[in-house]
Ligand binder design. Structure first.
Ligand SMILES: [Zn+2]
Length: 121
């Protein structure tokens, strides 16, 4: 037997949960609970209500405002460039001041760098 696809209104996803009643064309059978739903006039409103109220299913047939597609993008500079810049500045400073090599081992200096950028060391 051929399926009655043409009878079903196109674009109505509610038919995923219903099938046409074989004995009464005005009714649709809920596949979940086998209860017939009146669909007189070809309206799927009763079927949608049945899904929502009885099975807590939203068939997505009702128009609802779309959620805003705009999502706030986190604007943060790539971490590599920042640390690379720090490396460059640090190297420049070390080259400019020979004493810096000894300062590198200084605990106070390490604390200073750590306070400046905790994840640098
Ligand atoms: Zn049902």
């Amino acid at each position: 037997m051929a399926e009655n696809e043409t009878v079903q209104p196109k674009g109505s996803t509610v038919w995923k949960w219903f099938e046409k009643c074989p004995t009464n064309g005005r009714k649709a059978i809920c596949k979940l609970c086998d209860r017939p739903q009146d669909r007189s006039g070809g309206s799927t409103t009763n079927m949608i209500k049945h899904l929502e109220n009885v099975h807590k299913i939203n068939p997505g047939c009702r128009k609802r405002p779309h959620s805003s597609p705009q999502k706030q993008k986190e604007l943060r500079p790539p971490p590599t460039s920042e640390s690379r810049n720090l490396d460059r500045l640090f190297t420049e400073w070390v080259c400019a001041d020979f004493q810096a090599f000894q300062v590198c081992e200084n605990e106070h200096f390490k604390r200073f760098i750590k306070a400046l950028k905790p994840d640098y060391i």
